[in-house]
Design a protein around this ligand. Structure first.
Ligand code: ADP
Ligand code: MG
Length: 540
């Protein structure tokens, strides 16, 4: 499609213009253009954090000589011509604003040759004006060199951080592209050094090695999921192992139709899927691409296109969760407990648990048991918590989450908790809590989650409501209800158990898919393997 200037009717429907605020935004826009041009190799060079020079070269389709000057005009694009196109975008760019916006804050030297032209074109653009246009010889593709970014705008430049933090941001941006486009070979040089290079082999695992390093990439599990109906969402990507987690969310990369996006809701879907696997306060490593019908996503809601609006957000949330659960439980079955040497034998841990012989209890806290691989120490609270958590999830799925009380009981609550009960009554009921606020400090409870007989409804209700109201709004409060309730109802450290009770607990744990960690992500058991015992006693 040739470049044309958008009609004012279409232009007026485009979100307020792309503003180039940093070097990383320049890189992002130029790489998007290269990808839209079908490039298979994209190389990026950065000098002085991009303030001195940013160069992006590609082997894409190039720009015909006659259209080069037009590309620098506002709302000039080859990717959109009508309103309908705007609703069904499959390209990364569409506003026709990136090149003019960059030209407004830097000098540009562009050289390009279109696939069907015999010669190329070079354009010199200064202060937003094309001051020179000439024919040059070159290969098919495009190279854009951006010089002296913000030199004419000292005020804006002053607000930017150091060139090293700008460079770090560029590395992050290019990393995301490399993960989303494994079939494209990216190379990034920062200040003369190789900062990143992906091989373009098409495998996401390969791209992950370049971006995340061999260590992390080795343990990534493939995600491949699609909704039962052919038009529904698809989810693909890589799920980090539960043992690889970070202190922040930088390991979560989300893409919608291969566009890197920020989304609180979809991030929450990811975190919820890992909630009971990684320790509280830690965040998983996940690369995830959600594919939906382009007509169901509005990419035009945010100036930098980094947020999107999904028509079926709940469906997307569910799809991500199912995809991750599937990928993780597939892997969970294959892994055993780490022994103290960090080894993870490949065993069916569910079968192992069911086959354990109980030897006794230590400190009324740990169950000692013997299995084929050696001696197991099971944390009775963690184990029971996982059992209750999983049983509660199942009961919820079957619509049997609640356990009716013989008669309603009243619970006194802090006023924030009572207000929370009032506001969340319906959702609480879904999770098994039939509670109703009576005045600022009192609630009436008619049912609690079906956790078996061990629970004491007054303190359970109080604890859950107080915790939830303090945590504030959360996308995964149902998981939290399950976690808090199962923690509360589980046997504690210090409770002595009979051999039958211990055996029963191990049996029940052995039936649960996610038996390796409790719902807070702590291990349920540790293994002292025969090999390790032999080593400790100097037998080998
Ligand atoms: P948009 O990408 O939103 O269309 P831009 O200002 O980024 O707007 O680019 C304007 C036009 O210039 C694009 O629509 C495209 O036709 C052309 N163009 C820009 N960069 C390239 C490139 N690397 N390869 C081929 N064409 C390009
Ligand atoms: Mg663009």
């Amino acid at each position: 499609m040739p470049i044309t200037v958008l009609s004012s009717a279409v232009a007026s429907r485009i979100a307020a213009g792309e503003v180039i605020e940093r070097a990383a935004s320049v890189v992002k826009e130029l790489v998007e253009n290269a990808l839209d041009a079908g490039a298979r190799r994209i190389s990026i060079v950065l000098e002085q954090g991009g303030f001195e020079r940013i160069e992006v070269s590609d082997d894409g389709c190039g720009i015909p000589a006659a259209e080069v000057a037009l590309a620098f005009q506002r709302h000039a694009t080859s990717k959109l011509s009508s309103d309908e196109d705007l609703a069904r975008l499959s390209t990364l760019g569409f506003r026709g604003e990136a090149l003019p916006s960059i030209a407004a804050v830097a000098d540009i030297l562009l050289s390009t040759r279109a696939a069907d032209s015999t010669s190329g074109t070079e354009a010199v653009v200064e202060s937003g004006v094309v001051i020179d246009l000439r024919a040059v010889g070159r290969a098919i593709g495009t190279r854009v060199e951006v010089r002296d970014l913000f030199a004419r705008l000292p005020a804006r430049r002053k607000f930017l951080r150091s060139s090293s933090s700008e460079a770090a941001l560029v590395v992050q941006v290019v990393s995301q592209f490399a993960l989303a486009y494994p079939e494209v070979a990216f190379s990034l040089r920062v200040g003369g050094r190789d900062a990143l290079s992906s091989d373009g082999s098409g495998s996401r695992e390969g791209a992950a090695v370049s971006v995340l390093g061999t260590q992390v990439a080795r343990d990534l599990l493939p995600i491949e999921w699609h909704a039962p109906d052919a038009h529904g969402p698809r989810v693909s990507g890589l799920a980090g192992h539960r043992d690889a987690h970070r202190a922040n969310r930088s390991g979560i990369s989300l893409f919608v139709n291969r566009r890197w996006i920020q989304s609180r809701t979809l991030t929450a879907a990811v975190e919820e899927a890992y909630r009971t696997l990684v320790p509280t306060g830690r965040h998983p490593i996940v690369v995830l691409d959600l594919t939906v019908n382009p007509a169901d996503v509005d990419v035009n809601v945010h100036p930098t296109k980094s947020e999107v609006r999904l028509l079926h957000e709940r469906q997307a949330f569910g799809a991500i969760q199912r995809a991750l659960h599937e990928a993780l439980s597939r892997a969970g079955v294959a892994r055993g407990w780490a022994d103290a040497a960090g080894e993870q034998p490949l065993v069916d841990q569910n079968r192992v648990l069911r086959g354990l012989r109980v030897l006794g209890q230590v400190g009324a806290t740990y169950i000692i048991a013997e299995g084929e691989a050696g001696l197991y120490l099971v944390d009775q609270h963690a184990a029971h918590e996982r059992v209750l958590y999983e049983e509660l999830s199942l009961a919820e799925l079957g619509g049997q989450a609640r356990q009716l009380l013989l008669e309603p009981i009243s619970v006194d609550l802090p006023s924030v908790a009572a207000a929370f009960v009032e506001a969340r009554r319906e959702e609480l009921a879904e999770a098994g809590f039939d509670v109703e606020a009576f005045g600022p400090n009192l609630a009436l409870v008619r049912s609690v989650p079906a956790l078996g007989r061990r629970i004491e409804p007054v303190s359970l209700t109080r604890e859950v409501m107080v915790a939830l109201s303090e945590e504030g709004p959360s996308a995964d409060w149902r998981t939290r209800i399950r976690t808090i309730s199962s923690c509360k109802a589980a046997v504690r450290a210090g409770d002595s158990l009979t051999t039958e009770e211990m055996l029963g607990l191990l049996q029940r744990l052995g039936e649960k898919e996610l038996c390796r960690t409790c719902s807070h992500g702590r291990p349920t058991a540790i293994l002292l393997s025969h090999r390790q015992l032999e080593q400790e006693f100097g037998r080998r």
